[in-house]
Write a protein that binds this ligand. Structure first.
Ligand code: SF4
Length: 291
C-alpha cells in the first residue's frame, strides 16, 4: 500500500478523501465507500496499490474503443474496489472485493513489471495498457505510476471508467491517458442515485473536461429496460452530447442482461435499434453493442 493522494486531515485522526465526488469522511481504522482507501492513524492509504485481479490481451474494440487504433490489441489490467454501487454491475466480484477477501500485502506487482509485460506483448499487436475491469479511479496512484512509465516507454494508455472522479485528479491524468471510454449510465440523477449510489453531475463534468482537453473520448450507454430507455429522455441526452461534446464523439448503445442485483429482463433488440436511430440523428459515430 502507498499513501493516497488527494486527502485532507481532520480532527481526531480523521481524513476526508477528495479523489472522487463522494468525499468520504473516514475515521481512523476505517475505509471509504470504495473499501480500498483506508485511514491508518490519520494517514490515508491506497490499499490496492499493486493489486492485480485480472490481466489479458484484448482487442481494443472490446474496451469499447472503435475509433482509436482500430484493429490493435491492448494489454488490459484490473484491480479491486469501486466507488459506485451499481445494482447491475457485471464485475461485482472484483468491484466489491475488500481487505476481507484479498490479502493486500500478499499481492504487489510493481508498475515497472506491468509495463514490461505490456512491452513483451507488442509482437502480438499490443499498443499499450488499458486500466479497466474494475473502476481505475479507485487505484488512481497505481494507474498514474504505471501510465507514467508506459508513456515513457512509448505505449499508449487507455482508461475505462465510470467518470465519477474529481476534477483535479482527472486533470492530472489527462496528459497520461490517450483515450477514455466513459460510461454514461443514465440520463437522470434519480437513475444514478437509485441504481448506482452516485450522482450524474460529476460524470457530465468529466465528459466535458476530457472532450474540451482534446483526449480521445468514447461513451458507453447501457440500456436497461424500464430504467433508462425512455426515447424522449434518451434523445435529450444525445442532444446534450452533440451540443456539449461534439457530434463526432462515438456512442456505444449497449444491450443489458440481468446481472448482480438487478433482475430486469434483457434489453430487446428493437429497443436498441430504436435508440440507435435516434442517436444517429445527432451523432456521426453510433454503435450497437452486445447484439
Ligand atoms: S475514492 Fe473511495 S474513499 Fe475516496 S471519496 Fe471516493 S469512494 Fe470515498
Amino acid at each position: 500500500m502507498v499513501e493516497a493522494s488527494f486527502y485532507r486531515k481532520t480532527d481526531n485522526n480523521g481524513v476526508i478523501c477528495d479523489l472522487c465526488p463522494h468525499h468520504c469522511k473516514i475515521q481512523d481504522g476505517k475505509t471509504g465507500i470504495c473499501k480500498v482507501r483506508k485511514n491508518e492513524g490519520g494517514t490515508l492509504y491506497s490499499m490496492n496499490y499493486g493489486v492485480i485481479s485480472s490481466a489479458a490481451l484484448d482487442p481494443i474494440e472490446k474496451k469499447p474503443l472503435f475509433n482509436f487504433m482500430s484493429g490493435s490489441y491492448i494489454f488490459s489490467i484490473g484491480s479491486i474496489g469501486c466507488n459506485l454501487g451499481c445494482l447491475f454491475c457485471q464485475n461485482w466480484k472484483i468491484a466489491t472485493a475488500d481487505e476481507e477477501t484479498v490479502k493486500f500485502s500478499e499481492k504487489n506487482v510493481p508498475p515497472a513489471a506491468i509495463v514490461e509485460a505490456a512491452l513483451n506483448t507488442m509482437d502480438r499487436g499490443n499498443v499499450g495498457i488499458a486500466y479497466t475491469y474494475n473502476e481505475p479511479t479507485v487505484w488512481f496512484e497505481y494507474m498514474r505510476d504505471i501510465a507514467t512509465l508506459a508513456k515513457e516507454a512509448g505505449l499508449v494508455n487507455v482508461m475505462v471508467s465510470n467518470g465519477y472522479i474529481e476534477q483535479e485528479p482527472l486533470r492530472q491524468l489527462l496528459p497520461l491517458i490517450n483515450a477514455f471510454n466513459i460510461d454514461l449510465k443514465g440520463y437522470s440523477n434519480d437513475f444514478y442515485k437509485n441504481l448506482t449510489k452516485s450522482t450524474i453531475a460529476p460524470v457530465l463534468a468529466t465528459l466535458k473536461t476530457i472532450a474540451s482537453n482534446g483526449n480521445h473520448l468514447e461513451i458507453a450507454y447501457l440500456v436497461i429496460p424500464g430504467e433508462n430507455d425512455d426515447a424522449v429522455e434518451f434523445e435529450k441526452t444525445v442532444r446534450w452530447i452533440k451540443d456539449e461534446l461534439g457530434d463526432k464523439i462515438p456512442l456505444h448503445i449497449n444491450r443489458y442482461f440481468p446481472c448482480h442485483k438487478l433482475k430486469n429482463p434483457p434489453t430487446s433488440i428493437e429497443k436498441i435499434q430504436e435508440l440507435y436511430t435516434i442517436a444517429g440523428r445527432y451523432l456521426k459515430n453510433v454503435y450497437m453493442g452486445n447484439v
